[in-house]
Design a binder for this molecule. Sequence first.
Ligand code: ANZ
Length: 816
Amino acid sequence: MKKYDHLAIEKKWQQRWQDAGIFRAPDVPAKNHQYVLDMFIYPSGDGLHVGHPEGETATDIISRYLMMKGTTVLHPMGWDAFGLPAENAAIQKGIHPRIVTEQNIKNCKRQLQLLGFSYDWDREVNTTDPKYYKWTQWIFLQLYKRGLAYEQEMPIWWCPKDKTGLANEEVVGGVCDRCGTKVEKKMLRQWVLKITAYAERLLAGLDKLDWPDSIKLLQRNWIGKSEGAEVVFEISAQGRNDKNHPITVFTTRPDTLFGATYLVLSPEHPLVIEITKPKQKSAVEKYLKEISSKSDLERTALEKEKTGVFTGAYAVNPVNNEKIPVWIADYVLMSYGTGAIMAVPAHDERDFAFAKKFDLEIRGVITPPKSPPQLRGGGGGVRTSGGVAYIGEGAMINSGEFDGLGSEEGRKKIVSWLSKEGKAIPKVNYKLRDWIFSRQRYWGEPIPLVHCEKDGVVAVPEKDLPVLLPDVKKYEPTGTGESPLAAIDEWVNTKCPQCGGPAKRETNTMPQWAGSCWYYLRYLDPHNDKELAAPEKMKAWLPVDLYVGGAEHAVLHLLYARFWHMVLFDAGVIPPECGDEPFMKLKNQGLILGEDGEKMSKSRGNVINPDDIIAKFGADSLRLFEMFMGPFEDAKPWSTQGIVGVRRFLEKVWSAKEKVVKEKVVKSSEMQGTGDAHDITRGIEEFKFNTCVSDLMKWVNRWSYEKTINRREFEMFLKVLSPLAPHLAEEIWSELGHSDLIATTEWPHTKRWIKKETTIAIQVMGKLRGTITVPTGSEQATVESAAKAEPNVEKFLTNEPKIIIFVKDKLINFVV
Ligand code: ANZ
């Protein structure tokens, strides 16, 4: 027997697939088609580690399976190549980021190709290619023309290490999501995209998507829709020089208005200085200084010790005309609602902690329903006389004529009553903020705008796109809030496209997320230089049927891409037939951890390089093991011992072919393998690849007890093995004498396998004494022991039988 030479086999079939062009997708497919997409890869200098190909293996299995089922599949790959790491490497090594990027792409592509993935490489895209980013810039102009891109001087998050501004989504727990450095607030001129204009659609659209609930929830919370009301409190003039000041608060609980015992302004609220009484002035100023360095997260944490200061002013509660004190506290943010709140300590946890600390009145106005709390929703705490706020809903008390009403009805009635006097309006707020879109770095798409002394901001005409990223001598960020592009006078100074007068180019670049917002459109028509993609090609393939990638993109890429898609849809660039959602079904792979159970990272030294694994065990072993490690969505540690077991399984498949015989012809319904193939088919469709692998293993183990393997069953096995371990399957398929590629054969017709059973007569001395039902084809030993145990038979078998007559599937006769 030849040895299983994985290196030779894998190289050979990768070449054959490429030569035959079997993974090339047509521009306009037949009716039955699927767009299967991986989140494209950031080509890092370290290449891929074994964690990367997990999602890619899954989409490859699905694509190959669908192809064999007769579906036309589009399965492309490309490179998300702008961004900081290439630029940082360029700074360190003194090599142009373009060269670094090219090298990295070459290496990552080589690694992907070693795994035998079924990509249509003719459609490869690279976000840093001017032919690609021309269209990224073009899309920016569509946003700009639709009033969805605006310029603003605003305080933004600034990473002092990366020396660039960040989007809110890129700041996690007060640190830069990329490098872990504590971020700072900085006033900067910014380009901002009005994603908030799409908040409601981004929220509503989630309902039609087949995405993991966890990701939908993250997006819902990030968009953060709150329904409530704005209520006006009046600060009445007290002294001679005082004016009346209306203060508007946002509340989601107008049903608690009678329990509002003080107001709180955010320290940044414009009225703070005006309303503060002379006596409190110095205390207030001191407080404002103290909190200026804190992040929103630190300020609003529930468990945080509350701080604040009294202004000396009083406001009038519009429901009962009571005078209540106005405080300043940092747990109220200027960036949300109106920057002012009515505090209801009896029913809000932060207000409760604050009132306890500063000895303010706590007045309960909602009583918990008597029925079990799970039927009512809401908080489920205890009454206010205890140690906590009751945050749930219930019946209104201490609320004048509203007493007895339920929270929901009470809210409506109070708002409608106050609105007649112009003191309240219903209001919906979103947590979502506009997308800060400029970066003060080099390696990104130039924003295609110029600043003209006369005409102001002017869009670069479409015919002049792309605005090429010029070569610079120094990539280092300046740290001044300007990108390194600002230092190239001959690039910056240009003519205004409108008046021809002197103008300066915008020097900020786009964030890394720009190119990845629309790459799935470009795959449909990657070489088109007239438009981003031809409408008939978009109509043919969109939306993406299956999207696979990491869950870490939940509120970044997956939200941004949906936003751009909706804008392009509204602008008529994406035809109406395609729908306004880009990705219908989403699956997230779990992280593959190092052997030590920690996240793989260079600094921990636990990174496993796929090159080494492929050289030693083969791509098929790696693919199969990635799938066998555990449920697709779960995090799971790498195990080199585990891959040895998978390799052993493939060796068994390799030697099983020696037992294959042609003679026995069996109907597929009579083969147990038909049932295994059925289970494996289901496993693939349900993303349960780990059970697919164990079903394949069980199948092969069964053969170890047989002298021969039926050829028909073996070929069925090879076909269902082929999406998972395609190289080995092709090799054995051709050794069996086939001249076609197994990847292009038809997927077997499978059925749930039901074991057949037969009833057998049991005789003692030729007389019928009973019957038993056994699996069809059972051997004498099995039937004999079962028959002897039958009660009625046992009676007559006083002695050990001298002779046993056995006719398979018919009878057994004991002669005593
Ligand atoms: C009174 C009240 C009583 C409130 C009660 C809650 C419970 P969401 O759901 O997150 O939108 N709030 C409003 N603006 C704020 C700001 N700028 N900074 C901090 N807190 C703010 O939360 C809305 C609630 O958060 C509002 O409703 C307000 O407190 C507070 F029993 O008003 B509530």
